[in-house]
Design a protein around this ligand. Structure first.
Ligand SMILES: [Zn+2]
Length: 389
């Protein structure tokens, strides 16, 4: 099975010699006759079925510079291809550039391709498609479809985006963030997970600066001749992290620093106090989620849910339940100590183990430990009322 990624086929080339069968509703040929768009066994064109919304959406995407996704060709023989996946998109493009349907412009007017401004037409025609040419047996192709890959390594999202939005911006961004020879990468790897060569650093920098909207960011900066904003924002976040947390812990890798920066960078922090708190929490055997320690500290050491404090195990719960229930039975009171204090019908109710939860008598945040001495069983209502501490 051989695969070959083509990034230089544009709409004009694909639609060259486009033939559309009105009777059967199929796109038949393209790429100057070298491409069979819909082999007999493929399903018919259905994009036009919903009032043409989907085929209009294809054109809209092209005009906005959004990716159309991967297209797959099966190489039948030299210079003869069949479309394995992408018939609908190619047929939409072919039908549009041959004036088979119109799109609506911003004023709600119908607009056919031939009536569009020259620059818009050129934009459509020059849009490059991402095409995989595959060659192999049917079963090989099917297997390959399951794990879309290049030479055995799955193409990740950022690699795809780089191909889709190729241009001066991506070139400069890759020089800065995808080159493992870059002296900064080593330092950055304390905070960013992954490999520069697999675009993980670039993906992270873009995620931070775009607040998660990477696609639109890349689309709108595609033809920029500098990456100033991207670089500056990324370094600013990293420097902020370094100034707040002077320790370097392995759990710092891959944290959403961009989000934490946005939420907390305006607050003052005492690096020495932060470090002391960090070491205290790292030394606390009850803290299960060390990754959560950073956000916990940044938020003022309040939200203990971030730390996933260790809970009581079943043996402790069973033992405490047995003792409590035995004592309660002797006094004809409820085995939930808080119910027993009350005056309603529950004051003598004996709850089953399934109706109760374990509670820290002294809260973890006040130094309470997760051991049998500090465990009490409460009915679910009272345990919930006591809150998550
Ligand atoms: Zn209770």
């Amino acid at each position: 099975m051989q695969t070959n990624l083509k990034t230089d086929i544009d709409v004009q080339a694909i639609c060259d010699g486009f033939v559309y069968n009105e009777l059967e509703g199929k796109g038949l040929h393209g790429l100057s006759g070298k491409l069979t768009i819909q082999p007999e066994y493929q399903r018919n064109f259905i994009y036009a079925a919903d009032g043409g919304k989907r085929e209009m959406a294809v054109i809209d995407s092209v005009l906005k510079g959004y990716p159309l996704g991967l297209i797959y060709f099966n190489t039948v023989e030299k210079d003869k291809f069949e479309v394995l996946d992408g018939q609908q998109r190619i047929t939409s493009l072919g039908r549009f550039v041959s004036d088979k349907f119109a799109i609506q412009d911003t004023d709600g007017h119908q607009q056919y391709f031939s009536g569009m401004a020259a620059d818009k037409r050129a934009l459509i025609m020059n849009t490059k498609l991402l095409v995989y040419e595959c060659q192999g047996s049917e079963s090989e192709i099917k297997e390959w479809f399951k794990t879309i890959n290049i030479a055995g390594v799955p193409l990740n999202e950022q690699e795809l985006l780089n191909a889709v939005y190729s241009g001066p911006f991506v070139t400069l961004a890759k020089e800065a963030f995808s080159n493992s020879q870059n002296a900064h990468i080593h330092k950055w790897s304390s905070y960013v997970k992954g490999a520069a060569i697999r675009q993980d650093f670039l993906a992270c920098a873009l995620d931070w600066v775009s607040k998660g909207d990477v696609s639109s960011y890349m689309s709108s900066h595609r033809y920029d001749n500098n990456i100033k904003e991207l670089s500056t924002y990324f370094t600013t976040v990293i420097q902020w992290v370094e100034s707040v947390f002077t320790d370097t812990e392995t759990e710092m890798r891959g944290i959403e620093w961009g989000r934490l920066y946005e939420q907390h960078h305006k607050k003052p922090y005492d690096a020495k106090a932060v470090s002391a708190k960090l070491q205290e929490l790292y030394g606390d055997a009850y803290v299960k989620n060390r990754k959560g320690v950073f956000e916990y500290i940044l938020g003022g050491s309040v939200d203990t849910q971030l730390l996933e404090i260790r809970v009581f195990d079943d043996a402790i719960k069973k033992a405490v339940y047995a003792t409590q229930t035995q004592k309660a039975n002797a006094k004809h009171k409820s085995n939930c100590p808080l119910c027993a204090l009350g005056h309603d019908a529950n004051k003598s109710k004996v709850w089953s183990p399934a109706e109760m939860d374990a509670d820290h008598v002294a809260a973890w945040s006040k130094g309470g430990q997760t051991n049998i001495k500090n465990c009490q069983m409460l009915c679910k209502t009272h345990n919930r009322a006591k809150g998550n501490r």
